[in-house]
Ligand binder design. Sequence first.
Ligand code: OSB
Ligand code: MG
Length: 372
Amino acid sequence: MKIERIVLRQLRMPLVHFFETSFSRTYERNIIVIEVVSDGLSGWGEITAGEHPFYNEEWTAAAWLIAKDYVAPRLLNREIAHANDVYALTKHIRGHNMARGGVEAAVWDLQARRNGNPLWKEIGGGARREIPCGVSIGIQDSVEQLIGKIETELAAGYQRIKMKIKPGWDVDVLRRIRERFPETALTADANSAYTLADTLLLKQLDAFRLTMIEQPLAHDDIIDHAQLQAQLETPVCLDECIRTAHHAEQAIHLKAGRIVNIKLGRIGGFGEAKRLHDVCEAAGIPVWCGGMLEAGIGRAHNIALATLPNFTLPGDVSAAKRYWKRDIVTPEIATTPHGTIVVTDEPGFGYAIDHDFLRHVTVHEETITPSS
Ligand code: OSB
Ligand code: MG
């Protein structure tokens, strides 16, 4: 396929409820939507970078420039034999996996549409017809508020509850949550808020029978996580520090964790996500699909990804209405009463773009062509 133009759109979408992690509180998402056009067909992707370089080094404004000045020129007007080739074509751009991955995912969507396939089939997924869903609940203003949110999500059918933690919002909070919900599958995500000096505190969490603790230590660390895992009963799940399939090989070799969170953007797209998935599967490490507060296109891509066989644990991909009053795709991405999302058979990512609403939330748009 030959990509004739790439349209970048920056959206501004307020969240229904703020989302607080150990690194910041988000009220509104600045999402970049990528449209790659070839032979009268469009493929769609979403760049999942945050508004600030706090989760990783990427943020919306930088991702825009990377996509426009570095990724697009490498893809435009050349014969791309397969979407798999996009990762290699952009590989010498160091880092910026989300910017690269958003465009890569759009090329996969385009290829799926050219072949008349649903995206999940195009990427080699399809191990399940419904993906198991959990929710990620941010830091709240009070434990009572957190309990209320958990009750709501359990009533909606979600299969596991992940809570964000940080120093000062950890042991006491999790103790009260475990007392109140003795049988619920609970996990905690620290987003790199601790160091090995906190080992004794983190060991206290073992008492709460968490399914896992996600990325307790530095965003770019693997070695300290291995030291910590050796002292914890709770499985460590790696998120931020796994940016390539090779990182997972290293982490597995060092026993730095027992579970991996795969995020399409963090890993640079479907090609590398599949390799990461395969490395983990071969080592007996289960994976699940993480989220970055995506709008409908990114959420649909996550659903396709989560149909690969080793995505055996409930992920952070949940109903659109938890994030948005109105989404950019239709029909609304919703969950079943038993906490799953049913995979669709439509070509491409499986939902229709709501073009009117997309236009409504677009604050900046630019079309990149071979000559621009
Ligand atoms: O670490 O998984 C994370 C959101 C923004 C940045 C990092 C993370 C998250 C989430 C939310 O946990 C997942 C979601 O609901 O999309
Ligand atoms: Mg995480």
